[in-house]
Write a protein that binds this ligand. Structure first.
Ligand code: CMP
Length: 143
């Protein structure tokens, strides 16, 4: 089953949007298989954002992600990678569609509340970077 990695960034946690983000993914019908609140190390932040290391905002991005706790999650479901990107909205919240998380709650590209993997290969890389196998739980509803 397809999985994606999501991270509620420090701004999302500080604005008390953790419940709202989880609610949207639960309501859509995806399955939560991994969840933790962590203070990110500089090493992990730099590895996670390695693709942006030459960009002028890389240093400030790593500073921000390591500045206070984030909520890291893995969600599972058919087509979850692309669907999560739609639920999250475009990178710049000023151009994200209303109805998306960033479109509804964000105003700044550097404070865009949440990260979601951009492709299935990226999701696999990010999940293994942030979670051990033991921290992921495969389950199905049985009520
Ligand atoms: P994210 O989806 O986590 O992936 C990379 C992040 O870099 C992105 O969200 C933004 O938060 C951040 N980012 C992208 N462009 C800029 C920019 N011009 N200035 C500051 N941060 C940026």
């Amino acid at each position: 089953m397809e999985r994606t990695f999501l991270m509620i960034k420090p701004d999302g946690v500080q604005r008390n949007l953790v419940g709202e983000v989880i609610r949207r993914f639960e309501a859509k019908g995806f399955t939560l298989v991994g969840l933790k609140l962590i203070k990110v190390s500089r090493t992990l932040a730099e590895q996670h954002y390695d693709i942006h290391k030459e960009r002028p905002f890389f240093g400030s991005l790593v500073d921000f992600i390591t500045s206070s706790p984030v909520v890291a999650m893995v969600w599972e479901g058919d087509g979850v990678v692309a669907s999560a990107r739609k639920i999250i909205g475009a990178t710049n919240p000023l151009t994200s569609e209303p109805g998306t998380i960033r479109g509804d709650y964000g105003v700044s590209i550097g404070r865009n509340l949440i990260h979601g993997s951009d492709a299935t290969e990226t999701a696999q890389r990010e999940i293994s970077l942030w979670f051990t196998e033991d921290e992921l739980v495969s389950w199905e509803p049985n009520l």
